[in-house]
Design a protein around this ligand. Structure first.
Ligand SMILES: Cc1cc2nc3c(=O)[nH]c(=O)nc-3n(C[C@H](O)[C@H](O)[C@H](O)COP(=O)(O)OP(=O)(O)OC[C@H]3O[C@@H](n4cnc5c(N)ncnc54)[C@H](O)[C@@H]3O)c2cc1C
Length: 483
């Protein structure tokens, strides 16, 4: 930073007013922790520095003024909207950092029912937008588990994906256009054209940019006609995960379009599904289909036939209905402190790591992770996984694990050890991708050169071109800090 901390604070106050520059202990602590530092909150540990300030932005113009100033004095800026991300995306590693809180930019600007688009500021919670469009019989189609706590800017910046993605797509399929502010304060807009062929698609500079290139201030997303009353659903017990993989492969490659496709192994299943029971090596697979009644029913009939042809035992809709009702309960536990209380009582830390691979590689990756990771992580008390987002060419796996932590101050190191162990298994395979939708953050970024291979040089050049002074969320996209 080119000026003293006092001088920087004073400059920020002059730009946006004193009331929008927060320096209370509570604001700074909140500013330095992402959600995957929950264990730290539970045990009241402080292993990361506080930022200089949390600066609230109420308009695009304020974002532009703050970025321009921070670029001139060279202070690190971490943009934040919902604050729901993990993977160290929001972690402050350098005290000469401000958190730019864009949550106050929370206006829905336009719901265009004829052209099927909604435009809103970056701080609009997705749940608020979804509730608003549902009043008109529409849906955003975007439904991550963090629906109640994630906001539009962060959803684009992390390249997020929703639970019904197999029908509606990820945010990259839903984003029409946006407004953003570059580090030097320039405001740019990508217009909402249905499709264009004029060079590379510039939306992709912002999708998954993790706050490392620009601040997204406004987004326009697609809308869909919503037919919840016509949803088809069905659950099946499969003889093994292997049979489940084959069934999902056939469903996806034969052209069916379910909205939810999930396949759980026994370990993961036991934590999720009330009254349904499965045997030791069995797996549970379920689907929902959406769209107009005839479309949902036709997809459902095709899926049912394929699931049964793979030995699937139809077990009705009870498990699916249970999942639909309880699928986002975890947010409540995070918000009301239950999750922190459970950490304190059990000293067991739980988290997930999401990866993807082609159909050919995914089965072996699943088996390798389940067989090899416990050998490296002695304090692992549970490891399982499920498929939740499938494609014509492959699928993802969410690995879910619990680790017993001996000394709370070591938990982050222990969490990183298991994330590393999983990613190392995945990256042995030609189509293995070590991050499916949470972002690399500062936690997995050391894998970026392997993940991107020979194209990593482009990412480095892009960062340098868009953020030449290196002020945007240092340590994401390109490794900077020690792991
Ligand atoms: C219980 C739970 C369940 C989850 N389930 C899912 C899921 O199903 N699917 C999924 O994809 N993710 C999921 N997540 C992860 C998280 O919710 C997503 O990454 C979400 O997109 C983050 O949005 P946010 O508004 O909270 O962003 P934040 O946490 O505020 O920020 C995330 C990143 O985006 C950057 N950023 C934020 N706002 C801006 C902006 N305006 N301009 C530029 N950069 C910005 C930040 O610097 C940071 O790097 C889950 C998280 C939790 C806690």
């Amino acid at each position: 930073m080119l000026v003293s901390r006092e001088c920087a604070l004073q400059g920020l106050k002059e730009l946006v007013g004193e009331a929008q520059v927060l320096t209370s202990k509570e604001a700074l602590r909140g500013g330095s922790l992402g959600l995957n530092r929950g264990y730290e909150r539970a045990f009241d540990l402080q292993t990361l520095p506080d930022p200089l300030a949390v600066v609230e932005a109420h308009s695009t113009e304020e974002v532009a003024k703050v970025l321009k100033y921070c670029n001139e004095i060279m202070i690190n800026v971490i943009a934040r909207t919902g604050g729901s991300s993990g993977e160290g995306l929001l972690e402050v590693r350098d005290p000469d950092t401000i958190v730019l809180d864009c949550a106050p930019m929370n206006k829905i600007l336009k719901i265009d029912k004829y052209n099927m688009m909604a435009t809103c500021q970056c701080g609009v919670p997705l749940q608020v937008l979804e509730d608003e469009v549902e009043k008109d019989g529409l849906t955003t189609g975007h439904s991550p588990q963090s629906l109640p706590v994630a906001f539009m800017g962060g959803l684009v910046a992390t390249r997020s994906i929703g639970q019904f993605s197999t029908y509606y797509g990820g945010i990259e399929d839903l984003l029409c256009g946006l407004e953003a502010v570059l580090p030097d304060g320039r405001i740019i807009r990508i217009r909402n054209v249905p499709r264009r062929a004029s060079g590379p698609d510039l939306r992709h500079l912002f999708l998954g940019s993790e706050g490392g290139l620009a601040v997204i201030t406004e987004v326009t997303v697609k809308l869909f006609t919503y037919y919840p009353q016509d949803m088809w659903m069905g659950g099946y017990i499969m003889k093994s995960m292997g049979e489940g993989f084959e069934a999902v492969h056939d469903i996806m490659t034969k052209g069916y379009r379910p909205s939810v496709v999930r396949l759980y192994d026994k370990s993961d299943f036991d934590y999720n599904f009330g009254s349904v029971e499965i045997g030791e090596n069995e797996a549970y697979m379920f689907f929902t289909c959406e769209g107009p009644k005839e479309v949902a029913a036709a997809n459902g009939a095709g899926i049912d036939a394929i699931a049964k042809a793979h030995g699937g035992r139809y077990v009705g809709t009870e498990g699916v209905a249970h999942w639909l009702v309880h699928r986002n309960d975890v947010n409540k536990a995070i918000k009301d402190g239950t999750a922190l209380k459970r950490y304190r009582e059990t000293e067991v830390y739980y988290a997930t790591t999401e990866i993807s691979a082609s159909w050919e590689d995914i089965k072996q990756i699943y088996e390798d992770v389940i067989a090899n990771v416990p050998k490296k992580i002695p304090n692992l008390v549970m490891l399982g996984g499920h498929i939740s987002h499938s494609y014509q060419t492959g699928t993802n796996i969410y690995f879910v694990y619990h680790i017993k932590i001996d000394a709370p101050e070591n938990y982050y190191k222990e969490h990183c050890a298991i994330v590393d162990a999983i990613c190392e298994e995945v990256l042995k395979y030609p189509t293995g991708g070590c991050v499916h939708h949470h972002g690399m953050g500062k936690q997995r970024v050391h894998f970026a050169p392997i993940e991107h291979g020979s194209s990593f040089t482009l990412l480095r050049d892009l960062k340098h071109m868009m953020d030449p002074n290196g002020i945007m969320n240092n340590g994401v996209l390109i490794p900077k800090y020690d792991h």
